[in-house]
Write a protein that binds this ligand. Structure first.
Ligand code: NDP
Length: 329
C-alpha cells in the first residue's frame, strides 16, 4: 500500500480506502462487510468512510459491529463520519439535519455511539448549509477537536469559495480550519478536482478523500450491456442515480477504455481507479464493493497506477475526451 499525507496535515491515509455508501446494510450483511473490511485492512487500507445518512444510521452501526469484532488496534486505522443529511429520513425535523451547532454536536455523539468508538479521525460536513453561519460551523468543529471527539474536520462537495471562507474565518478566530474535502472524482467527473479546487490546493493545501472512482460501477463496464440484476443501479429508489450516471455516449467511452485496459492486461475498473491515483491532489480514493472479487480487482489499482506512463495517460485522454479546461495562471 502507498500512504499519502492528507493535504498539509501530518495524517497519512492509504491511497486506497473503503467506504460503505449504498452497500452496508442495504446490499451486504455483517458477514460480508466483515470479510470486505478484513481484506481491505490486510491490504494496508487504513481509512474507512461512513456518514450518518448512510442506510439511515444502519451503515455506521454495521461498521461499528465489524470494528468491535475485528478488535484491530484503534491507532492502526482511521474512520470518518459525515454530518448534514440527518438519519431519520422523512422523519427529520428542524435541527436534525444541517450544520447548526446543535446538529453537528448531536450527530457527532450519535456517530460515536453507532461506530462504538471514542473519537472520529475525520468528521466532514457532508454538504454546505446555506442557513448556518460559517462562524458557527468553524467554532463547533474546533470545539469538537478540543474535546477530543474528532481529530480533523473537513467538507464534502463544498465550492472552493465556501472552503476558502471557512479557512478565512478559522484564521481570523485562530481556530483549526478544515483540512480535507471529499468530492466526486472519476474519469467522467473532473471539474472540481482539476479546475475549481486548484487554488485551494495551492493556497491552503486541502487533502481529498475522493468518492465514486468507478462512477457507481459504470467504469467497470458492467452497465454496457444493460443493468445487471442486483447491481447498484438496479436498486429500487436509485433511479435518480441511474439517470444521472448512464448514457449511450458514456458506454461508448467505457468500451474504448476497456480496449486500453486489455492492452495493459488489466480490467477497465482497475485502470479507472489507477487513473484517479495519478492526480497528486488525491490523498485517497475511496473504494466501494459488494463482493470480494470486486474489492480484490479494485485493490490491484495500486500496481497498475505504478505502470501508467505519460503516453498511456494521453491515450486515456484521447479516448475519454473528458478533460476539463483549466485556467492558465
Ligand atoms: P464506486 O464508484 O467505486 O462504486 C462502487 C460500486 O460499484 C460497488 O458498490 C459495486 O456495486 C460496483 N463495483 C465496484 N467494483 C466493481 C468491479 N470491480 N466490477 C464491477 N462492479 C464493481 O464507489 P462508490 O460510489 O461506492 O463510492 C465510494 C465511497 O465514497 C462510498 O462508499 C462512500 O464512502 C463515499 N461517497 C461519498 C459521497 C459524498 O457525498 N461525500 C457520495 C458517494 C460516495 P454493485 O455490485 O452494487 O453494482
Amino acid at each position: 500500500m502507498e500512504y499519502r499525507r492528507m493535504g498539509r496535515t501530518g495524517l497519512q491515509l492509504s491511497a486506497l480506502s473503503f467506504g460503505s455508501w449504498v452497500t452496508f446494510s442495504k446490499q451486504i450483511d455483517d458477514a460480508i462487510s466483515d470479510r470486505l473490511m478484513g481484506i481491505a485492512y490486510d491490504h494496508g487500507v487504513n481509512f474507512f468512510d461512513n456518514a450518518e445518512v448512510y442506510a439511515l444510521g444502519e451503515s455506521e452501526k454495521m461498521m461499528g459491529r465489524v470494528l468491535k469484532n475485528k478488535n484491530w488496534d484503534r491507532t492502526s486505522y482511521t474512520i470518518s463520519s459525515k454530518v448534514f443529511f440527518g438519519w431519520r429520513g422523512k422523519e427529520n425535523k428542524p435541527n436534525q439535519t444541517g450544520l447548526s451547532r446543535k446538529h453537528i454536536v448531536e450527530a457527532c455523539h450519535e456517530a460515536l455511539q453507532r461506530l462504538q468508538t471514542d473519537y472520529l479521525d475525520l468528521y466532514l460536513c457532508h454538504r454546505p448549509d446555506k442557513n448556518a453561519p460559517i462562524e458557527e460551523v468553524v467554532t463547533t468543529m474546533n470545539t469538537l477537536i478540543q474535546q477530543g471527539k474528532i481529530l480533523y474536520w473537513g467538507t464534502s462537495e463544498w465550492s472552493a469559495a465556501e472552503i476558502m471562507e471557512a479557512h478565512m474565518v478559522a484564521k481570523d478566530l485562530n481556530l483549526i480550519a478544515p483540512s480535507v474535502e471529499q468530492p466526486q472524482y472519476n474519469l467522467f467527473e473532473r471539474q472540481k478536482m482539476e479546475v475549481d479546487y486548484l487554488s485551494i490546493f495551492r493556497n491552503i493545501g486541502m487533502g481529498t478523500t475522493i468518492w465514486s472512482p468507478l462512477a457507481s460501477g459504470l467504469l467497470s463496464g458492467k452497465y454496457n450491456n444493460g443493468i445487471p440484476e442486483g447491481s447498484r443501479l438496479a436498486i429500487e429508489g436509485f433511479e435518480w442515480l441511474k439517470d444521472r450516471t448512464l448514457s449511450e455516449e458514456r458506454f461508448t467511452r467505457v468500451a474504448e477504455l476497456a480496449k486500453i485496459a486489455a492492452a495493459l492486461n488489466t480490467s477497465v475498473a482497475t485502470l479507472s481507479i489507477a487513473w484517479c491515483l495519478c492526480n497528486p491532489n488525491v490523498s485517497t480514493a475511496i473504494l466501494g464493493a459488494t463482493k470480494e472479487a470486486q474489492l480484490l480487482e479494485n485493490l490491484k489499482a495500486l500496481e497498475v497506477y505504478a505502470t501508467l506512463t505519460p503516453e498511456i495517460l494521453e491515450q486515456i485522454e484521447a479516448c475519454m475526451q473528458t478533460k476539463p479546461i483549466a485556467p492558465s495562471f
